[in-house]
Design a binder for this molecule. Structure first.
Ligand code: GLN
Length: 495
């Protein structure tokens, strides 16, 4: 039952040589094959995986093993990898092999992690349900009629189904937190600039941030220890002293904290705007019960305001497409990826390559982005959105003077049925209401499993902190997971 272990438990078994990294990799590859119907992966390459596993075994044997030697991970297919094809979920990159590894991947590899495959995702990370992938939708392991969330839906499904012990994800407007919430796993979107974006195929550069997804806060901490850190290849990477996220997990919050009340002194802000109209009753009940549980652990609750919450949707859906239309201009059939077969001249080659290579959602965003950046509309849309972005970030700073962290739902509903929102982009965008503002502000946030709907679908609690409060967020999530077992629940296929 290797797939039910925590990362540290498996690490222990590997260190004791009870099991080898090659045996672990073989076990997970067989599980991936047996659960192909979930469509959690775009690229599997067992030779590449086993070669990495053999290297991990050699490192364990000669005593040079890193902290994650032999741990099976899935990488979202937006991170470029030398050993595996990278597609970003798009036809335009369907056969692309990168000459280098993304920094986040390189760091995990340096710690000995083994990649079991590249996880499915919405094309160029645009989506909230994973139905925008050129390689087909991913199914939620809890109910295969249901979406796993997006855009890191493959990563989330892989961890939930026990096809990897952890995964990388990226979060531009919720893509780590929302799929984590829909599949009952734990995910953390770090502060903008903490994890390098180098080699992470860009969607909206001022919002994109990579982070770990795993079963527990403890496992996420182990992964973040390796992923975080300054990178001179990313101009927005932040240079600061590195932290150890695992050693702080069991800390008590304050001097008054006790064994039964480890979070005494913690002030939790609950935004009124996160509990208004549109919130599903079951999500409301589950997240409120989780906040009550925090009270039992010693925390106190205060009401806070984030008055511009509703504006985060139009603000995000101007800024993200604007940046996307610029970032995606590089896919022109010249340098890499797909090129249309028949064309008359250069102009025609560009047009056909992009018409055939991009999916509908990507095209919609390129059009919106080009429009809001165009002469005559720039001031009305893009500039206005930048002003609102500043106000949204300011709301958080005001709220965070009254509390240490903010808690609420991750998404207004549990996972919906495949196909339910795919013909209505605005409905899909509205589902991002509680996640987008964080990216606009650049703040860190987590999703922590906190209950189930009557239909048996997981519900996540969102925990938001100030810049670089990852260690605190993980500590607060870990305290909850020490006293509850929501994160230990597994879908049948993972048992
Ligand atoms: N759902 C949002 C979007 O479609 C967020 C996606 C993400 O975080 N990558 O843009």
């Amino acid at each position: 039952m290797l797939h039910t272990l925590s990362i540290s438990a498996l690490r222990q078994q590997l260190a004791n040589k009870t099991v080898s990294a090659v045996e672990v990799a073989t076990h997970f590859l067989a599980r991936i094959e047996a659960q192909k119907d979930l469509n959690a992966f775009i690229n599997i390459d067992s030779d590449a995986t086993l070669a990495q596993a053999r290297a991990a075994d050699a490192a364990i044997a000669n005593g040079s093993a890193g902290a994650l030697a032999g741990i099976p991970l899935a990488h979202k297919d937006v991170f470029v990898t030398r050993d595996f094809v990278t597609t970003a979920g798009s036809k335009i990159l369907a056969a692309y092999k990168s000459p280098f590894d993304a920094t986040a991947v390189a760091r995990l590899n340096a710690a000995g992690a083994v990649c079991v495959g590249k996880a499915n995702m919405d094309e160029f990370a645009m989506g909230s349900s994973n139905e925008n992938s050129f390689f087909g939708a991913v199914k939620n392991p809890w109910d295969t009629q249901t979406v796993p969330g997006g855009s890191s839906g493959g990563s989330a499904a892989a961890v939930a189904a026990g096809l990897a012990l952890g995964a990388t994800g990226t979060d531009t407007g919720g893509s780590i937190r929302q799929p984590a919430s829909f599949t009952g796993i734990t995910g953390i979107k770090p502060t903008y600039g903490l994890v390098s974006r180098f080699g992470m195929i860009a969607y909206a550069s001022s919002l994109d941030q990579g982070g770990p997804m795993a079963r527990s806060a403890q496992d996420c901490a182990l992964l973040l220890n390796e992923m975080a850190g300054f990178d001179d290849k990313d101009s927005t990477s932040i240079e600061r002293e590195s932290e150890n996220y695992t050693t702080q997990l069991n800390n008590r919050w304050s001097a008054q904290a006790t064994e039964s009340e480890p979070l005494k002194g913690l002030k939790i802000g609950v935004p009124v705007e996160f509990y208004g109209a549109g919130l599903d009753m079951e999500v409301k009940a589950a997240t409120q019960a989780a906040i009550k549980q925090y009270e039992a652990l010693g925390a106190t609750i205060v009401e806070v305001r984030l008055p511009n919450t509703e504006l985060s949707i139009p603000t995000y859906y101007v800024i993200a497409p604007a940046e996307a239309s610029s970032n995606l201009s590089r896919f022109d059939g010249v340098r890499y990826g797909y090129r249309a077969a028949d064309y008359t001249d250069l102009e025609d080659m560009y047009r056909k390559t992009r018409s055939q290579g991009f999916g509908w959602e990507v095209k919609r965003r390129i059009l919106v982005g080009a429009y809001v950046l165009s002469h005559g509309y720039y001031d009305a849309y893009y500039l206005q959105a930048q002003r609102l972005r500043r106000m949204i970030a300011q709301d958080y700073q005001t709220a965070l003077t009254q509390c240490d962290v903010i808690m609420g739902p991750v998404a207004p509903t549990p996972a919906w049925k495949l196909g339910d929102k795919s013909s209505d982009p605005v409905q899909m965008y509205l589902a991002d209401i509680y996640t987008l503002s964080l990216n606009l502000a650049g703040l860190p946030g987590m999703s922590v499993p906190c209950g189930f709907s009557a239909g048996g679908l997981p519900i996540g609690l969102q925990i938001i902190g100030n810049y670089f409060s990852e260690a605190k967020l993980l500590q607060i999530a870990h305290a909850f997971q020490t006293h509850t077992d929501w994160h230990l629940q597994k879908p049948v296929c993972a048992q």
